[in-house]
Design a protein around this ligand. Sequence first.
Ligand SMILES: [Zn+2]
Length: 234
Amino acid sequence: MNGNISIMIDLQSIWDRMIEFRDEGERCVKSIAYWREKAAKAEKEAAAAKEGLLRLQASIKEKELDLSEKEGLMKRLDERRGLIKTEKEMAALEHEYALAAEARDALEEATLNDMDAASAMENELAGKERDLAAIKAQEAADIETLTAKQKEMESGAEKQLQRFDVRINDLSADLRSKFRKIISSKEGKAITRLEENTCSVCHTAIPVHIVMEAGRGEKIMNCTNCGRFICVEG
Ligand SMILES: [Zn+2]
């Protein structure tokens, strides 16, 4: 086998290892983002539940004030009863009293309904706060583990990259920049093995004379389509 080819195979395997470290590191970054998002969502939900409850409690207070106002009015009307001189005045008072009593009853009912709703919301809020605490505890622990792993993966990738940079100097100088350019591309594959005279990466049929030339192992040949270095075992 051409010496350059075996160096390329070696470089490719170093690069593949580097990519594995990098991919695993990226998975850690994604998991960290997932936890942060999950915690932020739980926090937002708990805050919204709390805000809803506070609003309802304020409205209950307001109703209670209205209620005592109506009761005050009814009491004052009661006290005036004894001072009424005419039937007309009495009828007006009774009318006013009935309206106040009606309003009081409606307020009483609405307040009771609100209180039931507030107690359900309190339970819901407590549940959300428990969820939030659990998520935050898990988030902290997981993010710590993931961050450590991510750093390890980053340094693993860095080490492979350093190995790559050293090893590439063993390659003939005229091949280095092309090899580096191809391997840095999205697919991360600079060499291709042939599968029945077809490039295993881009699946283009390679002309027979190039396959034969590559097979002799004296010259470095490239895929006529994607430019990857053809590697023929032997
Ligand atoms: Zn190809």
